[in-house]
Design a protein around this ligand. Structure first.
Ligand SMILES: [Zn+2]
Length: 224
């Protein structure tokens, strides 16, 4: 049993968004508990096999707690669910195409970032590890820094602006549109800008949590 990855959590979110309302209320008077059971046992077999039933039940219940509107949203038809999935797959395919382009231009780290982004758009679309393996054939051997006698400093986890993966940050700064490594979190706080894309001070940073997390003071983007 292992910890849920970010793509695992996206799979759970998509499943809840597509099916939770179908398993709540209705002529059968289904309860929230029924919804958790049908979602976890009926739609998340692959994750259950990897992480165990308890973990997936808890994760589904936690998602529904955080997003109660998914239970009361209008029920979806098969056509609507297929349409949503097709949109997710289209986004993933676009990121994979960009990843291939970067791979061919010998930009392996950018390619890997784009593969991560594709997987978050539609975790079930492809075997993304296979693409990573392709890229890793080109990545130069990594020589780690010598950390002898360097004390450990543990990064303090801070509450995130969007704990369940929301839309990835597209760029940083309203004017500069600086590139952001895919998957960068945004730390919760009273930042002047609502999102990194609207940030007006993308070069002003501050250390939080006893100097373990560096964030932008304009929008809370984690730039550690
Ligand atoms: Zn910022």
């Amino acid at each position: 049993m292992s910890e849920l990855s970010q793509p695992d959590r996206v799979t759970i979110a998509h499943t809840c968004q597509d099916w939770a309302a179908t398993y709540n209320g209705g002529p059968l008077h289904l309860t929230r508990h029924d919804a958790v059971r049908y979602l976890a046992d009926g739609h998340l077999d692959a994750l259950t096999a990897r992480h165990g039933r308890d973990t997936i039940w808890q994760a589904v219940a936690a998602y529904l707690d955080a997003h109660p509107d998914t239970l009361t949203a209008p029920r979806t038809t098969q056509a609507q669910r297929a349409h949503r999935q097709a949109e997710r797959d289209t986004r993933a395919a676009a990121h994979l195409a960009a990843a291939k382009d970067h791979h061919l231009r010998n930009l392996p780290y950018e390619a890997l970032g784009l593969i991560d982004r594709a997987e978050l758009a539609s975790p079930t679309y492809r075997d993304f590890d296979r693409y990573r393996q392709y890229v890793h054939r080109k990545v130069p051997p990594f020589t780690p820094a010598d950390l002898t006698a360097t004390p450990h400093r543990y990064r303090t986890p801070l509450p995130l602006h969007s704990p369940v993966p929301g839309p990835p940050v597209v760029h940083h700064g309203a004017a500069d549109e600086l590139w952001v490594y895919p998957g960068r979190p945004v730390v919760n706080g009273p930042w002047p800008a609502a999102t990194p894309e609207q940030c007006t001070t993308p070069d002003d940073t501050t250390w939080l949590a006893a100097g373990t997390v560096l964030v932008c003071t304009g929008c809370g983007l984690d730039v550690t």
